[in-house]
Design a protein around this ligand. Structure first.
Ligand SMILES: NC(=O)C1=CN([C@@H]2O[C@H](COP(=O)(O)OP(=O)(O)OC[C@H]3O[C@@H](n4cnc5c(N)ncnc54)[C@H](OP(=O)(O)O)[C@@H]3O)[C@@H](O)[C@H]2O)C=CC1
Ligand SMILES: O=C(O)[C@@H]1CCC=N1
Length: 255
């Protein structure tokens, strides 16, 4: 299968291109890249094809990945020519791209093969197309087909943000500890212990998240004191409002 990535040197496009090569989902000679800044001799240790423009890329590709920023989409001289298209663009609807389009929302954990990439298929996407899309997205992590395109704005707002909200929490943890006089290095270790290590207890057990919070509250110790005060001051409300603002922004990108 030949795969072309428009935006293949960007944050998500490069993570996908690198993963497709690393997992041998595509051979280097079957990967076609287009960007704004021009060809590079080396693409993650491989010699790939570089397209002159969108038309050239589409002609050389069986599957075309669209990975430019939403604001660059209107200026892109793109015609799918009936090809299977995988768009990762936030906010750009299937109707604006073409009926044989799958829209997916990956996240930055694609860099380490740990993205969650929900996707929705357009009306002309076949069963074989779906299998191809699943194979491509599996190179960067887990994929899941959803039924409604409107669900993708929610996916953009929440899992699409990748490590952003955990990073915000890490910053808060480190600021609290350094404000109390701890060395920055110790604060970093403590934040990593919470955000990266302890949170692994939830892996594969998200259905138990509410019970986990409740078990700390019932324990009535130091963690309960902290959780209850954070909730009283609007911890949950602030996150709900943040997610809602991100969802509104995703919905507004369609113009
Ligand atoms: N970043 C994220 O966490 C996520 C991003 N997305 C979506 O993925 C898409 C890509 O985002 P991201 O990778 O972050 O963006 P980047 O800005 O990192 O990458 C954009 C890419 O598009 C290329 N490009 C821009 N304009 C053109 C053009 N006219 N012709 C050819 N190539 C062009 C750029 O080339 P050059 O480098 O040469 O300028 C670059 O390779 C977006 O639509 C975004 O909504 C979805 C989920 C998560
Ligand atoms: O922050 C952003 O705009 C990108 C697109 C989707 C998620 N992250």
């Amino acid at each position: 299968m030949t795969i072309g990535i428009i935006g293949g040197t960007g944050w998500i496009g490069a993570a996908l291109g690198r993963a497709l090569l690393a997992t041998e989902t595509v051979e280097a000679q079957d990967l076609v890249i287009l960007n704004r800044s021009g060809p590079r001799e080396d693409y993650f240790g491989h010699k790939v094809q570089w397209a002159r423009d969108c038309r050239d890329l589409v002609e050389r590709s069986e599957v075309v990945v669209l990975s430019v920023r939403p604001q660059d989409w209107p200026g892109l001289d793109f015609a799918g020519q009936g090809r299977l298209v995988l768009s990762v663009m936030a906010g750009v609807p299937i109707a604006a791209i073409g009926p044989r389009t799958v829209r997916a929302i990956p996240n930055a954990a694609a860099e380490i093969g740990a993205s969650y990439s929900p996707w929705v298929a357009g009306p002309d996407v076949t069963r074989q197309d779906r299998a191809r899309i699943a194979a491509i997205l599996s190179a960067i992590g887990r994929e899941e087909e959803l039924t409604e395109e409107s669900q993708l704005d929610l996916m953009t707002a929440v899992p699409g943000a990748g490590p952003a909200y955990p990073a915000l929490m890490a910053v808060a943890i480190m600021r609290y500890l350094t404000d109390q006089g701890l060395p920055r290095s110790v604060a970093e270790h403590a934040a990593e212990a919470v955000i990266c290590d302890a949170a692994r207890l939830l892996s594969g057990r998200m259905a138990e998240a509410e019970a986990m919070v409740q078990s700390y509250v019932d324990y009535a110790g130091t963690t309960a004191a902290g959780l209850l005060e954070a909730q009283r001051l609007g911890f949950d409300t602030a996150l709900q409002e943040g997610f809602a603002a991100a969802t509104r922004k995703a919905a507004s990108l369609a113009g």
